[in-house]
Design a protein around this ligand. Sequence first.
Ligand SMILES: Cc1cc2nc3c(=O)[nH]c(=O)nc-3n(C[C@H](O)[C@H](O)[C@H](O)COP(=O)(O)OP(=O)(O)OC[C@H]3O[C@@H](n4cnc5c(N)ncnc54)[C@H](O)[C@@H]3O)c2cc1C
Length: 446
Amino acid sequence: MNRRLFLKQASLVSVGGLLFPSGMFSACRKDDLFKGSAYQGKVIVVGAGAAGLYAGYLLKSKGIDFTILEAAAYHGGRMGKKSGFADYDIDTGAQWLHGRNSILGDLVAKNKVATTLDTSELSYWFNKQIVDTLPKDPFIFEGKNLPDVSFKDYAVQLGFGDEYNYIIEAIAADQGAAASQISAYWNSKDEENWVAGTEDFKFSKTYFDFIEEYIANPVQSNIVYNTPVKAIDYTNESIQLTDAGNKVWTADKVIVTVPVSILKNNEITFSPLLPATKTEAFSKFGMGAGMKVFLKFSRKFYKPVLYGGQVCAAYVDDSVGKTTNDHVLLAFVMGTQAANLHSLGSDNAITDALIKELDSIYSGQASAAFMASSVHDYTNKPFIKGAYGYSTVGMGNAREVAAQSVNDKLFFAGEAMNVSGHHQTVHGAVESGYKAVLDVLSSVKK
Ligand SMILES: Cc1cc2nc3c(=O)[nH]c(=O)nc-3n(C[C@H](O)[C@H](O)[C@H](O)COP(=O)(O)OP(=O)(O)OC[C@H]3O[C@@H](n4cnc5c(N)ncnc54)[C@H](O)[C@@H]3O)c2cc1C
């Protein structure tokens, strides 16, 4: 969501030394890394989210034979758009371009794609009042040497009282987790190489439209939809992938870009079994409930960004950066709060719970002005099953191990496999797709 605040100092820290150090970004945006790599084999990419689409885009640009097998009937994964809810299209998944120093930032600049810097001011629901500042700065989860305890426990250690609980929850929500689930140490450690920048941008159209136009359209004819991969046998030189309809596909190299939730749940079986270190690494990721609920009102009575709700820790004015006459508030809900809303069982019940909370914050104005809602729940969404991977207590180097290739045949990409600090983002997923293609080509040259 609003990483600008969370990462206000993180961009100053860059230690390098990981598998995909930050310095590689400028280098990896140069085509010469691909020079001399005319590969003759067949590549199969599993998953057509941002990572898989970008891997395909690069393979196509190199003239390499490839197919993308996508489980769903559509591409985009955790990106999408909905028309007709408001007088502008809403981003049902990813929405903000976090920073500009990335492959996608370059693509935006090169094509002069219309974006707006999001400078929305942050307010808080604190001690049952709306305030613009807090007695203590809650942005404590930055820098080095934080303890390997949850955000919640760390806040308690620093003397934050219960009145800060849902503000800390909002900061954790930005990382796709509940405050009790995410590690202060590993979250900051995993993000220390973040170099994309700290400003957030919104697309005048949608983030999905941008990916569609510049990355997905060129590879659409290579995507086979409704094809969940169930098994990957990499025993022999020719790798066999079996889909849910028992059709067998063959490839020389496979790039797996499915969400880490799918790998954690063993929804794809591997023969031979993946190394135990790798499956253990998958298991260390958190990936929990998450949803976006758009609430349309007849007038604007709310703050641009409000942290601290008990039902939803972060409410955001969605119309910022859009040309619109509508008033749309986004409830950005993650972790336990999302699980609680999900358990209500219907979009109406979820909407009612949010309106009730907004009424209590804004003195009954929400129900008086309410027009419509649009709920986008990723919690149990088929083939996604959660929001995004987060760093748990005891995470260790799981991210690096999870991202490693196996036998120069299987390559892993997707937001959770980004080891350069940009995980949990679209540009991070794209970078992981880049790295996977680079690794495929390097493996051939050996
Ligand atoms: C609510 C929400 C809001 C977000 N907001 C932002 C934001 O503002 N900015 C930002 O940068 N990021 C945001 N993110 C994160 C961002 O959406 C993701 O990091 C990114 O889209 C992930 O891309 P991916 O390719 O790694 O995975 P995915 O997009 O999940 O793609 C994986 C694909 O694999 C497919 N698949 C799964 N299993 C199989 C199988 N067995 N066989 C074949 N295919 C399979 C899936 O259907 C899916 O299409 C948000 C995420 C959520 C959930």
